[in-house]
Design a protein around this ligand. Structure first.
Ligand code: NAP
Length: 269
């Protein structure tokens, strides 16, 4: 089947492209580097010729609700219009567990994206997943006080991006299915513990502390709103397995021992 992957150069998109090609699909990547801009429509009509299914895993980096709504609103409208013109029969989109229950600026755009897909004329599938394992590294180091690294106190159920990609490729084969069961990770943990393990793997020995964020978003992060529901499916790759599979070399044993000592007394998230 000819498939287009919007965001096919991203964290999950790279795996979608590789796994879909491995499954025998003919894959077109929609990204700016490939000459397609989803926010202007440049190159879209040409890229969708003969495409039966679009998998949308494009994203933008913003915490601002208006910016997020502009990106996901514009890109989704343009994609769906171009798909209708091209005769595309299935639109698959990746969303996030708890997206409609946590007041996060980025999530505002994801909610709009889900609404547009569900109201559109192209038959669709929506998969919501929890945060990727990579998230533990993304939150590490953005806020520091001296040598102390602060991360949000967050109950999490991270999942391997590759496990999410494998599910998306299965959904391509299944055909339009509407909103399907969420995909979570194999275990839950406090984000500070994952972030600390991620840093230790790179030899970073700074103490990591989980800090409760104020307000409704902070509550949602702590109370399990962002972990999957009991009827969810689960990826199988654990955080530890994912960490071991990363290219960065592990910290030396001596450094790890010092790290554990340095961390003693620091509250865990
Ligand atoms: N990260 C997570 O923990 C997580 C968890 C659950 C769900 N999700 C969802 O999964 C999806 C993918 O997330 P990700 O973290 O894999 O994204 P990512 O790594 O940030 O990749 C974003 C992709 O979008 C493309 N893109 C951005 N702006 C574009 C534009 N104007 N035109 C064309 N392509 C554009 C990028 O390619 P170019 O820059 O080359 O254009 C890139 O391929 C998102 O919808 C996100 O909400 C993410």
């Amino acid at each position: 089947m000819r498939i287009a992957v919007a965001g096919g150069t991203g964290a999950v998109g790279t795996h979608v492209v590789e796994l879909a090609r491995g499954a025998g699909h003919d894959v077109v990547v929609l990204s700016r580097g490939a000459g397609v801009d989803l926010t202007t429509g440049t190159g879209l009509a040409e890229a969708l010729v003969g495409v039966e299914t679009v998998v949308d895993v494009a994203s933008t980096f913003t915490l601002d609700a208006q910016e997020s709504r502009t990106f996901f609103g514009t890109s989704t409208r343009l994609l769906l219009e171009a798909e209708q013109a091209a005769g595309t029969r299935h639109h698959v989109v990746l969303s996030i567990v708890g997206v409609d229950r946590a007041p996060h600026g980025y999530y505002a755009g994801k909610v709009l994206q889900e609404e547009l897909v569900a109201a559109g004329d192209v038959p669709w599938t929506v998969l919501r997943a929890t945060q990727f394992h990579e998230f533990a590294g993304q939150v590490h180091g953005s806020t520091t006080v001296g040598s102390l690294v602060l991360v949000p106190r967050m109950r999490s159920e991270t999942v391997a991006a590759r496990d999410v990609a494998a599910r998306l490729v299965e959904l391509v084969g299944a055909g339009p299915s509407g909103r399907v069961a969420d995909l979570g990770g194999p275990e839950t943990a406090w984000m500070a513990d994952l972030s600390r393990a991620w840093a230790r793997h790179r030899g970073d020995r700074r103490p990591v502390l989980g800090v409760p964020l104020p307000g409704a978003l902070g509550r949602a992060m702590r109370d399990g709103t962002l972990v999957s529901s009991p009827d969810a499916d689960h990826g199988t790759t654990t955080f530890a397995e994912w960490l071991q599979s990363q290219d960065e070399p592990a910290g030396q044993a001596g450094q790890a021992g010092q790290a554990d000592q340095a961390d003693q007394g620091a509250p865990r998230a």
